[in-house]
Design a protein around this ligand. Structure first.
Ligand code: CP
Length: 347
């Protein structure tokens, strides 16, 4: 539990929230949201990730870029993909990694978030990777840590999940090329509660995507959706017609208050991605999902495991993207080195 006196609030995700992401030279210091970062910075993240991608396919998957650095994973919410790929990314960069088990930490004895942070900070660490159920938690931490520490948001409430969005952009670029202007991207499902969708929409918009569609029942869309620069569809068949990229979202029942859906079966009838429906998209359309997937709720198993699915590639690319963000925020690839991974490969 976050102490009331030091609780992050939505007010922290205000107009100038993203400014603290950049240092005085305009370089990435923290990575908290895709909002407010320009296309040059997002492209630099993707290019840097590209330079790390082949390291993950080598027999020796390690470079010494972050040797001597200490990275702390602070996950106050459950995670499979994000926590493990952050840990792997840090280890492949030769950093020391500390995984704090929140359920067995002093948080369970009532220690406040700030006190926990101060104590870990006293151990001379260099980065906090934070997942928290409160929107604004990562900003709150970035505003309260020592100036030498970088903070990466690994998902805060329904606000943002920027590294997920960037690994999704990386997956799209790998499959469809660098010109996002040619693409029609459809995001389907529980946009209202999805930090992933929010971060994706900002990134897709910044990268000048040709058309961004969101497809969902009215009850699963934010009230301000019309102002997000997207085209809204409530009919799934119309929404995915001629799409190049279809991104399916999980129903986030843990964030839903009250009944927003008739039933999972009816939801699948109306919004589930089946092989039949997929025929409406472009012949070479790719199917994405941030995971975890709920088979038979938002996506049919035949599609999730089928030839158009790049869902597991997204997970693999997550390591390279997180390596990129870690090195950039710690100041190791901001100088224009196009190939930091290969240059410093080690045994
Ligand atoms: N996509 C994602 O954030 O998955 P995890 O919750 O498993 O980290």
């Amino acid at each position: 539990m976050v102490n009331k006196a030091t609780k992050p609030t939505d007010a922290l995700i205000g107009h100038d929230a993203w400014n603290i992401q950049l240092d005085k030279n305009g370089q990435l210091k923290h990575f908290l949201t895709t909002e407010g970062l320009g296309s040059e910075m997002l492209t630099r993240i993707l290019d840097t990730a590209e330079s790390f991608a082949n390291i993950n396919e080598q027999s020796v998957k390690k470079v010494p870029l972050l040797r001597g650095k200490t990275i702390v994973n602070l996950f106050f919410e459950a995670s499979t993909r994000t926590r493990t790929t952050f840990e792997l990314a840090a280890k492949r960069l030769s950093a020391d990694v500390l995984n704090i088990n929140i359920s067995t930490s002093a948080t369970s004895k009532g220690e406040t978030l700030l006190d926990t942070l101060k104590n870990i900070q006293a151990m001379h660490c260099d980065m906090f990777v934070v997942r928290h159920s409160d929107s604004g938690a990562a900003h709150f931490i970035a505003n309260n840590v020592a100036p030498n520490i970088s903070v990466i948001n690994a998902g805060d409430g329904s606000h943002a999940h920027p590294t997920q969005a960037m690994l999704d952009m990386f997956t799209i670029r790998r499959n469809k090329g660098a010109d996002f202007g040619k693409l029609r991207v459809a995001i389907v499902g529980d946009v209202l509660h999805s930090r992933v969708a929010r971060s994706q929409i900002h990134a897709l918009s910044t990268l000048n995507t040709g058309e961004i569609r969101v497809i969902a029942p009215k009850t699963l869309l934010p009230t301000d959706v019309e102002g997000m620069g997207v085209n809204v569809f409530h009919d799934m068949d119309a929404g995915i017609e001629d799409a190049d990229v279809i991104i399916m979202l999980r129903l986030q029942k843990e964030r839903m208050q009250g009944a927003r859906l008739p039933s999972e079966q009816e939801y699948f009838q109306l919004y589930g991605l089946t092989e039949q429906r997929l025929l409406l998209a472009k012949d070479d359309a790719i199917v994405m999902h941030p995971g975890p997937i709920n088979r038979g709720v938002e996506i049919d198993s035949n599609v999730a495991d089928g030839p158009r699915s790049v869902i597991l590639d997204q997970v693999s690319y997550g390591i390279a993207v997180r390596m990129a963000v870690m090195t950039m925020t710690l100041g190791h690839t901001n100088t224009g080195n196009k190939n930091p991974g290969n240059k410093e490969a080690t045994e």
